[in-house]
Design a protein around this ligand. Structure first.
Ligand code: C2E
Ligand code: CA
Ligand code: CA
Ligand code: CA
Length: 279
C-alpha cells in the first residue's frame, strides 16, 4: 500500500491498510461524511497554574461508517488539499459555538473557553470574518469565550490580509492563540503586530523538556517572549507531572495534554473535569 502517487492520496494509507484513493474520491467521501453527520468534535481540557480547568480545545474526528474513528492527522491534510476543509471548517465552527452555548447553561462550565483550530485556507477566504460572525450570531455563543488557534506556519502567506481579518474578528470579542509555536519561522516583528492573546508551546519541545537542555531553553524562551509581549503561554502535549512542574517553574501559564486528559466527547469531559476540581 505504498503506491501513493501524484493523483492519489495518503488517506487511509498506510495506517488504514485500505486501497489508495484519488483526491476526487476523497473529496466526495468527506462531503458524504458531512451529509451523514459522521464528524464529531472531541474536547481536550486546558488547565491553569492552579490546576483548574479553564476550557478546552476542540479536535475533530471522523466517525467513518466503515473505518471507525479516524484521526484528523489522516484527513485534515487531504481536506486542505481538496478544499473540503472549507465546509468541514464551517461545520467545526458551528458545532463549537453550539458547544459553548451548552456549556454556558452549566455553572461548572459557564466560564470555559473553547479553542478552535483554523486552517490557512479558511483564513484566506474573503468571507472568513463574516462566517465567524454568523456562527456566533446564529448560535448565540459568547464570543469572549471563543479562541481561534492559528499556526505559525500560516503566517508566511499574506500577513497584511491576515492581520486585517484577525483585527476584525478580535472586534467581535474572539481571541487568538498561536499554535505549534517554535516550529515555524515567523519573524518576531510580525509577532508584535498580530492581535494575539496566547502562544502555544509545541509538544515537540514539551516531550523532552526534562532531558533535552535545548528544548528546555526553547520552552523558557517562548515563555519569556510571551511575557514580554503581554501574552499568556500554554504548553501542549504535557504527559507527566514532572513536565507540568518543569513548565510551571518556567512560569508557563497553562497546560494541556494526556496528563490532564485525552481528547474526549463533551459528556465525558465534564465528568473528568468535575473529578479534577475535587482535589
Ligand atoms: P494540534 O492542533 O497541534 O492538536 C494537538 C494534537 O496533539 C491533537 O492530535 C491531540 O490529540 C494531541 N495530543 C494532545 N495531548 C497530547 C499528549 O499529551 N501527547 C501527545 N503525544 N499528543 C497529544 P489530534 O487530535 O490527532 O489532531 C491532530 C491535528 O489535526 C491537530 O494538531 C490540528 O492541527 C488538526 N486538527 C484537529 N482538529 C482540527 C479542526 O477542527 N480543524 C483543523 N483545521 N485542524 C484540526
Ligand atoms: Ca491546535
Ligand atoms: Ca498544536
Ligand atoms: Ca502540534
Amino acid at each position: 500500500a505504498k503506491a501513493a502517487g501524484r493523483n492519489t492520496a495518503r488517506f487511509f494509507d498506510p495506517v488504514m491498510q485500505a486501497a489508495v484513493t484519488t483526491h476526487a474520491e476523497l473529496a466526495k467521501e468527506i462531503r458524504l461524511g458531512l451529509q451523514r453527520h459522521e464528524f464529531v468534535l472531541h474536547y481536550q481540557v486546558q488547565i491553569d497554574g492552579q490546576g483548574r480547568c479553564t476550557g478546552a480545545e476542540a479536535l475533530v474526528r471522523w466517525n467513518h461508517r466503515v473505518r471507525g474513528l479516524v484521526s484528523p492527522a489522516h484527513f485534515i491534510p487531504l481536506a486542505e488539499e481538496t478544499g473540503m476543509i472549507l465546509p468541514l471548517g464551517e461545520w467545526v465552527m458551528e458545532s463549537a459555538c453550539q458547544q459553548l452555548v451548552e456549556w454556558s447553561r452549566n455553572p461548572m462550565t459557564a466560564h470555559w473557553t473553547l479553542a478552535v483550530n483554523v486552517s490557512a485556507s479558511q483564513l484566506a477566504q474573503p468571507e472568513f470574518v463574516a462566517s465567524v460572525r454568523e456562527a456566533l450570531q446564529r448560535s448565540g455563543a459568547p464570543a469572549g469565550q471563543l479562541k481561534l488557534e492559528l499556526t505559525e506556519s500560516m503566517l508566511v502567506d499574506d500577513v497584511e490580509d491576515i492581520i486585517v481579518k484577525m483585527m476584525a474578528i478580535k472586534e467581535l470579542g474572539v481571541s487568538f492563540s498561536l499554535d505549534d509555536f517554535g516550529t515555524g519561522y515567523s519573524s518576531l516583528s510580525y509577532l508584535k503586530r498580530l492581535p494575539l492573546s496566547q502562544l502555544k508551546i509545541d509538544q515537540s519541545f514539551v516531550r523532552d523538556v526534562l532531558t533535552d537542555p535545548s528544548d528546555a531553553v526553547i520552552a523558557r524562551t517562548v515563555v519569556a517572549l510571551g511575557q514580554s509581549l503581554g501574552l499568556t503561554v500554554i504548553a501542549e502535549g504535557v504527559e507527566t507531572a514532572e513536565q507540568r512542574d518543569a513548565l510551571a517553574a518556567m512560569q508557563c501559564d497553562a497546560f494541556q495534554g494526556y496528563y490532564f486528559g485525552r481528547p474526549a466527547p463533551a459528556d465525558a469531559l465534564i465528568l473528568s473535569a468535575g473529578t479534577q476540581n475535587l482535589n
